[in-house]
Design a binder for this molecule. Structure first.
Ligand code: C2E
Ligand code: CA
Ligand code: CA
Ligand code: CA
Length: 278
């Protein structure tokens, strides 16, 4: 038993050590990923439950690692936030997303584009200028851009974040509260945030109509949105039953595998055309 214990201990140390080295290597690769053109933006359609039309897309980042394949954002974005590279990556995402939205508009397919903004980005003193400059460069109207921020992002730097959100709003840029209900939620702060959209996190949508608590939470968020005059977006919609329930309840927009997974830009274009032809 003694030996086993000792072996286990050594194994444990070895694996922690390996994990550290693994993380370091990933960080090193991440540092040149942008330069090597390994980032890709995918676009997931957002569907109006009132009209059945696609009104826009959420831009979702992918890292195509030459050896590891697709590295999911949940793995590398926390790393990029820790070492600060999220600022450059975020700038690239914003530029790419605005370029694409302007391109679609020029092709007669105007779409609103939603971009995820991390807390580190929102903390940058020149974030508002960066965003405005990007819109300008691509000649994209401000109301075609939506920034998705989480409550946690706003809460970590409350006064500064709210001031910046007001400046975005003043310019006509839309703001969505992402992952609503999963972070520190405070209705007092929500009232102070100049937002237009609440996004119901997929964790409440997944077991919608199966789990009573989740059904109540999702329904409560829809009702809250109505009473505060905010549009509600459900993410992670996977079934016709979920779509039907959300529509009946007056949820405005939905995105999820039921409609489409996140797509490459060309696939998004053909998807929109087919979807509206149906
Ligand atoms: P999020 O903003 O909450 O994005 C929703 C996630 O749900 C996405 O995961 C999307 O691909 C996934 N999803 C969409 N429809 C369904 C569905 O029907 N079922 C299920 N199970 N999942 C669905 P993804 O693309 O892996 O992104 C994970 C997270 O990474 C995002 O969560 C967001 O927080 C972050 N992220 C992604 N792109 C960016 C970015 O450009 N910048 C920043 N700062 N964060 C990003
Ligand atoms: Ca999001
Ligand atoms: Ca979410
Ligand atoms: Ca095209």
């Amino acid at each position: 038993a003694k030996t086993t214990g000792r072996n286990c201990f050594q194994f444990y140390v070895a694996s922690v050590d390996q994990e550290m080295r693994e993380r370091k290597r990933l960080e090193k690769d991440l540092a040149c990923a942008q330069q090597k053109g390994q980032f890709v933006l995918l676009y997931q359609p957002q569907v109006s439950l009132e009209t059945g039309k696609i009104i826009g897309a959420e831009a979702l980042l992918r890292w195509e690692h030459p050896e590891r394949g697709l590295v999911p954002p949940d793995t590398f974005i926390p790393l990029a936030e820790l070492n600060g590279s999220i600022v450059d990556i975020g700038r690239w995402v914003l530029d790419q997303a605005c370029y694409q939205a302007a391109q679609w508009a020029a092709e007669g397919m105007p779409m609103r584009i939603a971009v995820n903004i991390s807390a580190v980005q929102l903390r940058q003193h020149d974030i508002v200028e960066t965003v405005l400059e990007t819109l300008e460069r691509h000649q994209l109207p401000a109301n075609r851009l939506e920034l998705e921020v989480t409550e946690t992002t706003v809460m970590t730097n409350l006064e500064d974040a709210i001031a910046k959100l007001h400046r975005f709003k003043q310019k006509g840029i839309l703001i969505a509260v992402d992952d609503f209900g999963t972070g520190y939620s405070s209705l007092t702060y929500l009232k102070r945030m100049p937002v237009q959209h609440l996004k119901i996190d997929k964790q409440f949508v997944r077991d919608l109509l199966v789990n009573e608590d989740d059904t109540r939470i999702a329904t409560t968020i829809i009702d809250l949105g109505k009473s505060l005059n905010l549009s509600v977006v459900a993410e992670g919609v996977e079934t016709a039953e979920q779509e039907y329930y959300l529509r009946q309840r007056g949820c405005h927009l939905a995105q999820g595998y039921f409609f489409s997974k996140p797509l490459q830009s060309q696939d998004f274009e053909s998807f929109v055309i087919n979807f509206h032809d149906k």
